[in-house]
Design a protein around this ligand. Structure first.
Ligand SMILES: [Zn+2]
Length: 351
């Protein structure tokens, strides 16, 4: 079944040698329709703001109320995506994982056009986002049927152009995990067994979620060293819990770089700043986990693009690398986080 995928990373334009992955962000959304998260404000005074385009006048409101602005939740303009990704390229970036899966408007053919226009390697995700956006068939499909579906997205490709996914995920998990999300996790693990593809997980918002998910995946034969646990920064508040989870051996992704707000509506009590993210990463490095760290910005809304006053996809390279140096990260560690670790995890393993 496997058509010798191992030893390569698989982009929307085809397989590439791991040597060509270069500087990578392992979690972004180049295109996404995140209207599933839209909440129309109840207050009359805010209602009209909900349907305004983003302007300098309403930007502060949008930043604070990101789920209440319709326009903000749609990254659908290819030209904008190309301009923004070119900034990532100019900063030295060369590979990006587009973590947009089924349910949030994955657009394979547009990713092909964007990759061709920018020269950036784009790795597309297979599988499903969280339960609330599952298409109806997930309810009736068995684990083996879902396994076939995910495996086919990797081996055969999707859309009439047969564009192949190069990673399973981000696989969406709620807290508590739903029955159908559990089926998809089991299918993701089995699809990894059949393809050697890496898995990218979006855990539920509870510090028990990552371990529960990893156990489900491992029970189905997935290997922790082929799994990326996303959103470490918003999931674990205490360094002790991070260090305990790190023992399990998955990749640890700090991927909300650029969020500098004291208020994040989905985690109202806790959202770290970049300074805190770096502090946690440093602690992980000092405890021997430098080969497990990967990084990203998880951009999913307009207000985080440079065009709309945000930091854009190049923030981790332009702003965070110098800060890492200031914080005592060695050049070798920075190379691990940005190049060597992505190269290892994004390369398909033998099955
Ligand atoms: Zn996510």
């Amino acid at each position: 079944m496997n058509k010798a995928l191992d030893g390569f990373a698989h982009t929307v334009l085809g397989p590439i040698s791991p040597e060509n992955i270069g500087m990578a962000s392992t979690h972004e959304h180049i295109l996404i329709d995140f209207l599933c998260m839209f909440q129309e404000p109840q207050e009359l005074s805010q209602r009209n703001l909900a349907f305004q385009k983003i302007t300098i006048q309403n930007l502060n409101w949008v930043r604070y109320n990101m789920w209440n602005n319709h326009d903000n939740l749609q990254l659908t303009e290819e030209d904008t995506a190309i301009e923004e990704i070119n900034l990532f390229k100019k900063a030295g970036g060369s590979t990006m994982v587009d973590a947009t899966t089924i349910g949030i408007n994955r657009n394979p053919e547009a990713l092909v056009r964007i990759s061709a226009a920018t020269g950036i390697n784009i790795i597309m995700g297979a599988g499903y986002y969280v339960d609330s956006v599952h298409p109806p068939e997930v309810e009736t499909k068995t684990v083996s049927e879902l396994t076939i579906q995910i495996t086919n997205e990797i081996l055969e490709g999707v859309s009439p152009m047969k564009i192949k996914a190069g990673i399973i995920g981000e696989i969406g998990c709620s807290w508590p995990l739903t029955k159908n999300e559990r089926k998809i996790l089991q299918a993701s693990a089995q699809a990894q067994n059949k393809t050697g593809a890496p898995i990218l997980i979006h855990p539920g918002r509870n510090e028990k979620a990552p371990l529960e998910i990893l156990n489900i995946l491992e029970n189905e034969g997935a290997s922790p060293d082929q799994i990326i646990m996303s959103h470490m920064d918003r999931t674990f508040e205490k360094i002790e819990s991070v260090l305990q989870f790190a023992q399990k051996g998955s990749y640890l992704e700090y991927d909300l770089f650029g969020w500098e707000t004291s208020y994040y509506p989905l985690s109202p009590t806790y959202i770290p700043t970049d300074a805190k993210r770096l502090e946690f990463m440093k602690e992980l490095i000092d405890n021997g986990f430098s080969e497990k760290l990967v990084i990203g910005q998880d951009i999913f809304s307009k207000h985080r693009l440079t065009k709309y006053g945000g930091q854009g996809y190049s923030h981790i390279i332009k702003n965070i690398i110098p800060r890492m140096k200031d914080e005592g990260f060695t050049d070798k560690t920075i190379q691990l986080i940005f190049i060597d670790n992505p190269k290892r995890i994004l390369t398909f393993s033998p099955i």
